[in-house]
Design a protein around this ligand. Structure first.
Ligand SMILES: NC(=O)C1=CN([C@@H]2O[C@H](COP(=O)(O)OP(=O)(O)OC[C@H]3O[C@@H](n4cnc5c(N)ncnc54)[C@H](O)[C@@H]3O)[C@@H](O)[C@H]2O)C=CC1
Ligand SMILES: CC(=O)N[C@@H]1[C@@H](OP(=O)(O)OP(=O)(O)OC[C@H]2O[C@@H](n3ccc(=O)[nH]c3=O)[C@H](O)[C@@H]2O)O[C@H](C(=O)O)[C@@H](O)[C@@H]1O
Length: 455
């Protein structure tokens, strides 16, 4: 049965008919960006609407999806979701964003929003997609932004761009910011219900349409906020909260030596009452979210933001702190850094996720190499290990390498199996308090806890 096309914005059809049209494929969806977040989102839209075109500039991604395969790895349930969606012809992929826009009535944008070399927000991918959308935008369509954006981007940048490039009036299409509150490794469950979905439209009708659509995706509630800027700030504030609180944990963690206490023990005890949620000290803060989002605010608001800037500096300093502790441990063991071999365990930005953007390991491996150490990088999850300074190695190769020091930066599960009994007592810097009882006679320093043998 061919389903009549339904354009939701300004529709006078009863809400139930609009929902049914969405479920029956009458609201063709285009999802722009088929990455770690975009592909799971496209798969859920395909499951709920039966009529999704995914758009990506990477033809390898497009070809994989059209073959029913997920190019995104280690995402529970995604392989099956993509295979089923393609088999049932609910999902197809293309590199042609304009063609997809011309046949869609709902346009969902989830391409990267990164930083440029000057740490300013880089919106080029979003703007490129918005131009494709504009080329195919029709009255009654809806445009939802899920990529994290600096405040006011929807109202001051994207809406005027859509109007100018599409020739439509601002009140002829829906525009809403509907942030992606999802983490890799649990994307499908996050998209379909872990947390409430926030939606903020440029007008009431845009918010209504966003609420109706996301009400079909999530079992959780859909929370409408006043406008896109408020929704942009909801997403950013979540990340800023995290960066500032990780910075507090890192600053407290560096007190361990001077106070001769295990700060992690104090943090755990302090968190036993509900008004305290101290985070974990560590070797640094990576990923293309938490380290980036402060710059989306620092660089775009007139108001001074000293706390955000200070927190960024505190977190960035943990990389040099990790290197400093490694050098100090080696010197205490009688080895100069220039004569040492150092194995860095874990280079991705967090455990189990093959993403290296802004990983602390970039700075740490570069600094150790610059200091003259022979650096080896061990990471069974990372697919571009060779890109890092140093020589890629596996855990089983460590005994032959016989490193003078092990530095854990990212706590992959695999590091539960370090072959300690075949190593010659290296010193250890544990950046994540992840190495339970490392069997080495070498000194062990855990960031946040201090030296294993405190005086
Ligand atoms: N990764 C995460 O944990 C989360 C990310 N987000 C937001 O989602 C956005 C996307 O993140 P990921 O999916 O992790 O990125 P990703 O790097 O895994 O994937 C991005 C995809 O977009 C494609 N792409 C880039 N430019 C394009 C263009 N102009 N047109 C079409 N496709 C294009 C790339 O080829 C790639 O396949 C982020 O920038 C962030 O704002 C939000 C929550 C969580
Ligand atoms: C507010 C919040 O927790 N947002 C989540 C966050 O996920 P993300 O994948 O960036 O991981 P993360 O757990 O925040 O870790 C980021 C970095 O910070 C480090 N980290 C994290 C927590 C901590 O107490 N100490 C610490 O050093 C991690 O090692 C990692 O290098 O950012 C995601 C995003 O916005 O992209 C978001 O969807 C996720 O829900």
């Amino acid at each position: 049965m061919s389903t009549t096309l339904c354009r939701l914005y300004g529709s006078d059809r009863p809400a139930d008919e609009q929902r049914r049209a969405f479920r029956e494929g009458g609201v063709p969806v285009a999802v722009y960006g088929l990455g770690k977040m975009g592909l799971p989102l496209a798969a859920v839209f395909a499951d709920r609407s039966g009529n999704v075109t995914g758009v990506d500039i990477d033809s390898a991604v497009v070809n994989a999806v059209n073959d029913g395969q997920s190019p995104v790895e280690d995402e529970p349930g995604l392989d099956t979701a993509v295979e089923t969606a393609v088999e049932t012809e609910s999902l197809r992929a293309t590199t042609d964003g304009v063609d997809a826009a011309e046949s869609a009535a709902l346009h969902v944008v989830i391409v990267p929003t990164l930083l440029d070399d000057a740490d300013s927000p880089d919106l080029s991918a979003v703007e490129s997609v918005v131009d494709d959308v504009a080329a195919g935008l029709a009255p009654g369509d809806a445009v939802f932004l899920e990529s994290t954006l600096p405040p006011r981007t929807c109202v001051d940048v994207l809406r005027p761009r859509l109007v100018e490039k599409s020739g439509l009036a601002p009140d002829e299409f829906a525009l809403a910011f509907c942030p992606e509150r999802t983490a890799s490794g649990r994307a499908l469950e996050d998209i379909t219900g872990s947390y409430p979905k926030i939606v903020g439209g440029v007008d009431e009708e845009s918010t209504r349409v966003a609420k109706l659509v996301y009400g079909e995706l999530t079992s959780n509630e859909v929370i409408p906020v006043s406008d896109p800027t408020t929704a942009e700030c909801v997403k950013l504030f979540e990340g800023l909260y995290r960066d500032v609180n990780i910075a507090l944990a890192n600053e407290l963690g560096r007190l361990a030596d001077g106070l001769a206490i295990d700060v992690r023990e104090a943090i755990e005890a302090a968190n036993t009452q509900p008004y305290c949620e101290l985070h974990d000290p560590g070797a640094g803060v990576g990923g293309h979210c938490i380290p980036y989002y402060p710059h989306f605010v620092i660089d775009t608001v007139e108001t001074s933001t000293p706390l955000l800037e200070t927190a960024r500096r505190v977190n960035e300093r943990m990389e040099e702190f990790t290197v400093h502790k490694t050098v100090e441990q080696l010197v205490d063991a009688g080895t100069e850094i220039g004569d040492a071999s150092v194995a860095v365990l874990g280079v991705t930005y967090r455990p189990g996720i093959d993403e290296t953007r802004a990983s602390p390991a970039w700075t740490i491996t570069a600094a150790l190499s610059a200091a003259g150490a022979d650096v080896y990088t061990v990471d069974p999850v990372c697919s571009d290990l060779a890109a890092f300074p140093g020589r890629p190695a596996t855990l089983s190769e460590l005994p032959a390498i016989d490193p003078d020091a092990l530095v854990l930066v990212t706590a992959h599960d695999a590091f539960d199996d370090v072959p300690w009994d075949r190593l010659a007592d290296p010193v250890v810097v544990d950046g994540r308090d992840a190495l339970t009882d490392p069997a080495t006679a070498g000194e062990v320093y855990t960031i946040g806890s201090g030296p294993a043998t405190s005086d």
